[in-house]
Design a protein around this ligand. Structure first.
Ligand code: FES
Length: 175
C-alpha cells in the first residue's frame, strides 16, 4: 500500500500533495470517495447526459492514426458508474471484478477539467490504478466514478491497453 500510494502521488503531485500525509484527527473527516460494489441500481428512466467515449473498441483497432480513432457518444444515466455506462452501450471496457475495485480492467482516462471536479479516489482505487497499463494523471477506474450532471458533453478515453484478467475470450457484459 505504501508503494502504491507513493507511485500515485508521484504521478500527480498537485492532486495528492498532502493527501493523507498527516495523522487524521478524530474531529477531521477524511474526504474519500465511496467504494461501489457491483455498481448502483439506477432506474431505467433516470435523467441522462451525453458523454463521448474515445477509442471505444480498442481491441479491434489496427494501426489507426490519431484522426481516425473512433468516438462514440452515448447517453449516460446520472447515478450509474462509467463502467455501467460503457457496458450498457457495448463499449469494449472490461470489468473483471464486476465493479468491486479489485482489478484495473475498467481503467479510463478522464478529461482534465472533469477530473478536477471528481472526489478523491479511495486507497483501494489508488492501489488498483497502480496496476493499470498506461496510467495517466487523470486516470480513474470506471467502476468507481459515478455519472453526474458535471459529465454532460465530456470526453472519456478508453486506454488502448488494459490489464485483462480474462484469458478465454470472455466478452464483458453489463452487471
Ligand atoms: Fe474491477 Fe473496476 S471492474 S476495478
Amino acid at each position: 500500500m505504501i508503494r502504491s500510494t507513493i507511485t500515485s502521488r508521484s504521478l500527480n503531485p498537485l492532486k495528492y500533495l498532502g493527501h493523507n500525509l498527516g495523522k487524521p484527527s478524530f474531529n477531521q473527516p477524511i474526504m474519500k470517495s465511496v467504494r461501489w460494489h457491483g455498481g448502483p441500481k439506477v432506474s431505467s428512466d433516470a435523467p441522462t447526459v451525453p458523454i463521448t467515449f474515445i477509442n471505444p473498441h480498442p481491441s479491434e483497432r489496427t494501426n489507426t492514426s490519431e484522426e481516425e480513432i473512433p468516438k462514440l457518444t452515448v447517453e449516460a444515466k446520472i447515478g450509474e458508474t462509467l463502467l455501467q455506462t460503457a457496458q450498457r452501450n457495448h463499449i469494449d471496457l472490461e470489468g473483471a471484478c464486476e465493479g468491486v475495485c479489485a482489478c484495473s480492467t475498467c481503467h479510463l482516462i478522464i478529461d482534465d477539467d472533469l477530473f478536477d471536479t471528481l472526489s478523491e479516489p479511495s486507497e483501494d482505487e489508488e492501489d488498483m490504478l497502480d496496476m493499470a497499463f498506461g496510467l495517466t494523471m487523470t486516470s480513474r477506474l470506471g467502476c468507481q466514478v459515478k455519472v453526474s450532471e458535471e459529465f454532460r458533453d465530456t470526453v472519456i478515453k478508453v486506454p488502448e491497453m488494459t490489464r485483462n484478467f480474462y484469458v478465454d475470450g470472455h466478452v464483458p457484459q453489463g452487471h
